[in-house]
Design a protein around this ligand. Structure first.
Ligand SMILES: [Zn+2]
Ligand SMILES: [Zn+2]
Length: 267
């Protein structure tokens, strides 16, 4: 049958309706939690109706609600969770080496999450634990349902970590404290990566202007742990933007090296 065959209007409506009802694709946070379960039972995966799959389905629904995803009875049900575990099967060299295939239809994000976390079990466990705590509100009372920000690439650790990061570095009390400490120590507020000083460039209009960046990965923080001012760095808005412009957020050192290289190129 030709691909271009015209679909009549009622049929189009059915297709559109199906699309609208289709569950949103799995977020990075969800894939991390699924991979965590997969790795814990890599040798013998739990069945569709097992307590493990049922528990993860429940957690994913809580996460969906926290992030204001649409959730209904089909959302991340045990069937969907089990299928996702089978999607990871196809990427598992241990499994494929036995000549088996797993579920071949999967999306690219699974491959990224596998590549970033499967070989680093310690980090995977820490990030999965962090996401679970984040939803259960044990970690803080951050509103995870806030909008995404343009220019901020979602962290490798997912949406919960991204929003928690932004929340922490905007904490008014911490921002005031970080700036006060820098003023006391250096007598000015300058970007830790490029040295830009707003007040030097803009005069009185630039007074007290600088971004504050939380350099410690949020998933490494323990429940109830307060942000330490020593973990905050001052960055100009350009450098801060660069830090968050890639999926693997850059370090201040990365930005410094990039600047050094581009300066060399310019000479
Ligand atoms: Zn800068
Ligand atoms: Zn930041």
């Amino acid at each position: 049958m030709s691909k271009n065959v015209e679909v009549d209007l009622p049929m189009q409506a059915v297709i559109l309706d199906r699309k609208a009802r289709r569950n949103p694709s799995w977020s990075r946070d969800e894939l991390i939690l699924a991979l965590d379960l997969y790795m814990r039972h890599r040798a013998s995966l739990p069945g569709k109706d097992s307590p493990e799959v049922t528990e993860l389905s429940k957690v994913l629904n809580q996460l969906g609600a926290a992030l204001f995803q649409r959730t209904d009875t089909s959302y991340r049900n045990t069937n969907g969770v089990y299928m996702k575990l089978m999607n990871f099967r196809r990427l598992d060299p241990d499994y494929v080496a036995e000549g088996k295939k797993g579920l071949t239809r999967g999306n690219q994000d699974e491959e990224c999450v596998w590549a970033q976390f499967a070989s680093d079990p310690v980090r995977l466990v820490a990030v999965a634990r962090f996401i679970r705590l984040g939803i259960s509100k044990d970690l803080s009372n951050v509103d995870l349902a806030g909008p995404d920000e343009p220019g901020i690439e979602e962290a490798e650790e997912g949406k919960v970590a991204t929003r928690m990061h932004r929340y922490r570095e905007r904490d008014r009390r911490l921002v005031v404290e970080a700036k006060a400490q820098a003023m006391k120590r250096y007598g000015r507020l300058a970007c830790a990566a490029c040295g830009f000083d707003f007040s030097k460039q803009y005069g009185v209009l630039g007074t007290n202007i600088i971004d504050v960046h939380h350099a410690k990965p949020v998933h490494t923080m323990l429940p109830g742990e307060k942000t330490n001012v020593a973990d905050l760095v001052l960055l100009c808005s350009n450098c801060h933007r660069i830090v968050h412009s890639k999926r693997t957020w850059l370090s201040v050192e990365d930005v410094k090296s990039a600047l050094a290289i581009s300066n060399l190129d310019g000479t």
